[in-house]
Design a protein around this ligand. Structure first.
Ligand SMILES: [Cu+2]
Length: 346
């Protein structure tokens, strides 16, 4: 088993001045450019953690996610892990790259069914647009020349950032970003019903709607859009927690081993937000567009869940970002404005 970083986390004794995370759509051009150049700075900052493939601080987060892939998706720790992962990204932007603002998020409901026209894809004040050519490499924007070391899948192989917004399966997935699908999850009472609903719905919409590297479960943090997508999912979780904080700041459950859960009830026919009809397979042979399983041997040791007495996720479950920040436990990230974390959403 991989050695985990067990240094004690640093707690805020109080959270009075919160970082207020805002939607990308609401930022000024100057604020957008400050964020994009901070991300470029992370990409240009040499790696420090001794991970096998990463060259930059940006790559280190990508590789850490890749090494954790089987303990952070389709499991109870899915949302807590990604909350901490985005916090690590925000912290690195601020401490390594002098970024002074909060982490932005992508309000995906604003772009539902029409990701291709999103302001996030601006070549000048955004993340660049669709992939082009046989390789689907992005061709404009600040990240067009970045070379990712991790991926596709669990391979280590230098490549460009890819996107496939025009693919029919991506167009379909972007429809699932509609607010009605989020609201259907908001109506779930218990954690065990809520998180699979979000993972299946809004989570799949953002990854699938962009396609390419974003649809790569292992290597997706190689596209900087990943961070705005998961900040949005974190906001959705926080909105739900805020509806019943007495229960939802402490309730956690779920398997530590990835489980293929069934389509959540709100998405079934007759549910609160049933899925739109699937595309015609003749016109959309790539649907649902999941990448093939990566061949070959893992370039790093497989990782197991740490911290729980059994196979069920508890508040003691350990979240690691491989030393980018200290390891913490699920209990440390349940409240975004108390203890370890100190931010909010507007
Ligand atoms: Cu992930």
């Amino acid at each position: 088993m991989a050695v985990l970083v067990q240094a004690a986390p640093v707690y805020n004794t109080s959270c009075t001045v919160k970082l207020e995370r805002r939607a990308w759509h609401t930022l000024t051009d100057a604020e957008k450019l400050a964020y994009l150049s901070a991300e470029q700075c992370l990409m240009a900052s040499p790696a420090t953690l001794g991970l096998s493939a990463a060259r930059s601080r940006f790559d280190e987060l990508q590789q850490s996610h890749a090494m954790s892939v089987d303990v952070v998706h389709n499991v109870g720790a899915f949302l807590p892990y990604h909350r901490y992962f985005i916090h690590a990204h925000e912290t690195l932007l601020r401490t390594v790259c002098n970024y002074t603002s909060p982490h932005p998020y992508w309000d995906e409901a604003m772009d539902a069914s029409n990701f291709v026209s999103s302001v996030l894809l601006s070549p000048t004040t955004g993340f660049g647009g669709d992939g082009v050519g046989n390789e689907s490499c992005i061709a404009d924007g600040p990240f067009k020349d970045y070379v990712n070391p991790v991926g596709p899948g669990s391979r280590v192989n230098d490549h460009c950032i890819t996107r496939k917004l025009g693919a029919c399966e991506s167009v379909y997935a972007s429809r699932l970003a509609g607010r009605e699908f989020v609201d259907a999850c908001m109506g779930r009472e218990r954690w065990g019903e809520f998180w699979p609903c979000v993972e299946f719905g809004a989570h799949s919409a953002g990854h699938g709607g962009i396609g390419g590297e974003m649809l790569d479960l292992v290597a997706s943090p190689g596209d900087p859009l990943f961070y705005l997508h998961h900040a949005y999912l974190d906001k959705v979780w926080w909105e739900w927690q805020s509806l019943d904080p007495g229960t939802r700041l402490t309730e956690i459950s779920g398997s530590n081993v990835p489980q293929a859960f069934p389509v959540p009830e709100p998405f079934l026919p007759g549910g609160a937000a049933p899925l739109p009809p699937f595309p015609d397979p003749d016109e959309c042979p790539g649907f649902p567009g999941s990448p093939p399983a990566p061949p070959g041997v893992l370039p790093w040791e497989a990782r197991g869940a740490v911290g729980d007495a059994g196979n069920v996720t508890t508040m003691d479950h350990v979240l690691t970002v491989d030393g980018a920040l200290p390891d913490v436990r699920v209990r440390d990230v349940m409240d975004i404005a108390g203890g370890l974390l100190c931010y909010g959403y507007v």
